[in-house]
Design a protein around this ligand. Structure first.
Ligand SMILES: Nc1ncnc2c1ncn2[C@@H]1O[C@H](COP(=O)(O)OP(=O)(O)O)[C@@H](O)[C@H]1O
Ligand SMILES: [Mg+2]
Length: 336
């Protein structure tokens, strides 16, 4: 079964082909980073317009590379939400039009379910599992007894983990999105030069808070002589990353203990972070929990995860009509 995936929830235009016999045959991403970098964050209208310009040519390119016609496909999966509404509408309208033209089944995918199921593209998932979903818009702990069953156990009280990376990077004069440069620079940082808070660690609730980190970083940076040296920036990056990773890992394993799961997983853009992957791998090993980090290309927004999640739905017999709506917000619900 060949499923075309379309992802346009934020600032990446992506199309992919998932073939249930071969795996991911194609995963094309047209990034808008250059476009939004200038503004220090995603400008929703510019994102929608860039999707409009790039999406159909990207689909065309994928079909050409795969030597396929639309009618050779078995289904179309498209991100229906959550995300920027204008951006979602471009993907949804395109997905519907392609499905209608070729008489293909259509299925709307929840972006977060896509991120979670991306783990299955790397290795078979083990259940019951605890998933830490961490991206620019989400920081959630999700208990997953099996595929398609999701129980949200906690989340952030303020900023998402990705936002914490992005906002502290901005304070350091690093480009948007801030996660990748902080990840890279942290590896040459000196441990212990700065000390940033790990809020709520003693709080039994499964909640995160990252807004205090931003203030702590701003105060630390203000005390340094300007301009900051490369080493100053690297040292701050090291401690920012350590503070975020500690907070996330602490609650992930608390939740894992609470639900007696067999596996822990990471999902979303921040799952690409080297520090987080290493810490979760080490802690999982100590506790004899199964853990395989998803491939980095399947952590940040991509259509391969949407095509795969779409295939899971189509295989289970789920279909959407052409009147499928977008949902800019909306929690992940179980299939049953
Ligand atoms: N290596 C990394 N380390 C930390 N954060 C990262 C890394 N790579 C990407 N990110 C963060 O992931 C977020 C984007 O997540 P993604 O799932 O791609 O988008 P969205 O939030 O729109 O769903 C951004 O906040 C970015 O800074
Ligand atoms: Mg995402």
């Amino acid at each position: 079964m060949k499923v075309l995936g379309i992802e346009t929830s934020c600032d990446d235009t992506s199309v992919a082909l998932y073939d249930s016999e071969k795996g991911v045959a194609e995963n094309l991403v047209s990034s808008q980073i250059e476009l939004h970098n200038h503004f220090g964050g995603v400008v929703p209208e510019l994102a929608s317009r860039a999707h409009l310009v790039n999406l159909l040519p990207l689909v065309d390119h994928l079909l050409e590379r795969q030597n396929l016609k639309l009618k050779d496909l078995d289904g179309v999966a498209v991100t229906a939400g959550p995300g920027l509404v204008g951006a979602l509408l471009v993907g949804l309208s395109t997905g519907k039009a392609l499905a209608m033209t070729a008489g293909l089944p259509l299925v709307g995918v929840h972006h977060i379910e896509g991120h979670i199921l991306a783990n299955a593209l790397t290795a078979d998932m083990v259940f019951p599992a605890m998933v830490l979903v961490v991206s620019g818009g989400h920081s959630e702990l999700i208990h997953m007894p099996e595929v398609g069953v999701y129980e949200k156990l906690g989340g952030t009280l303020d900023d998402a983990a990705g936002e914490a990376f992005d906002k502290t990077a901005k304070l350091l004069g690093l480009p948007y999105p801030g996660g990748p440069p902080i990840d890279r620079l942290a590896s040459s940082g000196t441990p212990g030069r700065f000390s940033f808070p790990r809020p709520l660690q003693k709080d039994p609730r499964l909640v995160f808070s990252f807004s205090g980190l931003k203030t702590a970083v701003r105060l630390a940076v203000e005390k340094l002589p300007t301009p900051l040296t490369e080493q100053d920036v690297a040292d701050v990056c090291f401690e920012v990353q350590a503070a975020i990773v500690d907070s996330l890992s602490h609650k992930l394993f608390r939740a894992a203990r609470l639900k007696h799961v067999k596996a822990v997983y990471l999902a979303g853009g921040v799952a690409a972070n080297g520090g987080l992957r290493a810490e979760v791998a080490a802690e999982a090993k100590k506790r004899h929990l199964h853990f395989v980090a998803p491939e980095r290309v399947y952590c940040t927004d991509n259509a391969a995860m949407i095509a795969y999640a779409g295939w899971c739905h189509l295989y289970a017999g789920h279909r959407d009509d052409l009147n499928l709506d977008s949902f800019p917000r909306g929690t992940l619900t179980s299939w049953r």
